[in-house]
Design a protein around this ligand. Structure first.
Ligand code: GLP
Length: 263
């Protein structure tokens, strides 16, 4: 039988599990399977969700499972990683809009259980504090979905000389503004700031599920898994989390040297 997905290991027995899939479709099905498994055993699970193109296939699979009656979102609560600032939630480039469009509008989730940082708050710092307080109140999400930027960012935690812990205001880097300008009419329309869960907010998750595809992510994935833990590659902090699963396609895995298919 053809293998569609193979677990990779660096043989050092660390806690990062890497699943290399033959293509994006397989990756999306595997990621959705993990999320659905959690919701099926814990119907009121708390999901940390991410935007970007990487998890779109995963969300499509979740919608399918929901519509087939195999997955119930009615008691699920969600917390999203980040939001542009300033941007009204009704703006079609906002992450609020993205999540409605790519998941929430198509499943039986109660919108009162959905949380996305407020990109329109009059006081940004207060908005960050209250988002972090909400995360603390629930005691961390059961599973946090992550994508990864080509520069190794997670959420909007950009490479810099220090890890920032809680939800905070971010100045987006040129490379992120450029990468994300593909979704906007022109580059000048991309907000230069965002509100993002911080590294500590992300690390509080009980489980982490990172999805990445394409050669554009190969370098970031290699540095995340095999490089030093450094705020210059924010995702490298995941090496310290006790329960991380990284699901990639072959292209995104192509920079790995130490990780090999598990026997
Ligand atoms: C954005 C988001 C990240 C996302 C990243 C990668 O900057 N803030 O959460 O992981 O882009 O996006 P994509 O999946 O489209 O490559």
């Amino acid at each position: 039988m053809e293998k569609n997905a193979v677990w990779y290991t660096n043989g050092k027995g660390n806690n990062v599990k890497v699943l290399v899939c033959k293509d994006y479709d397989t990756l999306s099905k595997k990621a959705a399977g993990i999320l659905a498994g959690i919701v099926n055993v814990k119907p009121n699970a708390i999901l940390g969700l991410a935007t970007g193109s990487s998890p779109v296939g995963t969300y499509k699979e979740l919608i399918k499972l929901n519509q087939e009656g195999l997955l119930d979102f009615s008691a699920v609560r969600t917390y999203n990683l980040d939001e542009y600032y300033p941007l009204d939630p009704s703006n079609d480039q906002s992450y609020h809009y993205f999540m409605n469009d790519n998941l929430f509008d198509h499943v039986n989730i109660d919108k009162n259980n959905v949380h996305v940082p407020d990109g329109n708050a009059p006081d940004m710092n207060k908005a960050c504090e209250s988002y972090e307080a909400m995360l603390n109140e629930v005691g961390g999400v059961d599973i946090q979905v992550l994508g990864i930027g080509g520069n190794g960012h997670i959420g909007f935690n950009e490479p810099t000389d220090t890890f920032v812990g809680p939800t905070h205001v971010v100045e987006l880097t040129e490379s992120t503004i450029k990468a994300n300008s593909r979704f906007f009419e022109k580059i000048e329309d991309v907000p230069t700031k965002a509100i993002s869960m911080g590294i500590a907010s992300i690390m509080k998750a009980k489980k982490i599920l990172l999805v990445a595809n394409g050669t554009g992510k190969a370098d970031a994935i290699a540095k995340t898994l095999e490089g030093p833990i450094t705020p210059w590659v924010p995702a490298s902090i995941l090496q310290l989390h006790p329960d991380v699963t990284i699901i990639v396609d072959e292209a995104a895995a192509s920079g790995l040297k130490e990780y090999k298919p598990a026997e």
